[in-house]
Design a binder for this molecule. Structure first.
Ligand SMILES: [Zn+2]
Length: 191
């Protein structure tokens, strides 16, 4: 089954204890995310890594602490989540680029706010999407909800996600499963 992996927002500001919007324990899933990303590369599975990319005065910072500002270390992804060959898909009008890893830049919680994402997905033509990253109850949820609308098989890797609030995270996973997403584990996906 043609598969695409979605690595959601595994950026320093969310993943590391010193990050601006740290999801507690997120650094513990870094080896798991690295394993999934390497597995994708080894299997020739396209890897789409969404990345928050905010301006310094982004309106989102009225609701959230400032995070993932362009040009800062916090906006970058930990090295172990990066493949050597990658390309960035900006949210401004741009030609769709293909590379083993495509960094989907976004200014909003919902990765589908990147207007170039649908044409990239159409070009990749996947039947199955495997989703993981941070945080479960916001950006992972938006990605899964958007992907569920495609009618394809969606899998969420429950041991490769992290949450700001454990109760919200568990509720979100249950809601996504009720909506048709399949809950799975890294061993089942990349065993
Ligand atoms: Zn953000």
């Amino acid at each position: 089954m043609k598969t695409v992996f979605f690595d959601i927002d595994t950026q320093n500001d969310f993943m590391l204890p010193a990050g601006a919007l740290y999801a507690p324990g997120a650094e513990l899933i870094l080896p798991v995310v690295a394993r999934l990303n390497s597995f994708a590369a080894a299997q020739g599975i396209p890897l789409l890594s969404t990345t928050d990319a905010h301006a310094e005065n982004d309106p989102e910072f009225q609701s959230w602490p400032a995070h993932c500002v362009r040009g800062t270390l916090g906006q970058q992804k930990p090295l172990e989540t990066l493949l050597e060959r990658r390309a960035a898909l900006p949210s401004s009008p741009a030609d769709v680029v293909l590379a083993p890893q495509v960094l989907i830049e976004k200014q909003h919680l919902d990765c589908f706010a990147n207007a170039n994402l649908p044409s990239l997905l159409a070009r990749l033509g996947a039947e199955r999407y495997v989703v993981y990253g941070v945080v479960t109850e916001y950006c992972v949820r938006f990605a899964v909800e958007g992907l569920l609308k495609t009618g394809k098989r969606i899998e969420v890797v429950t041991d490769a996600v992290r949450t700001l609030n454990p109760q919200d995270g568990a509720f979100t996973l249950a809601t996504l499963a009720a909506g048709g997403a399949h809950l799975t584990t890294v061993d089942r996906v990349a065993g």
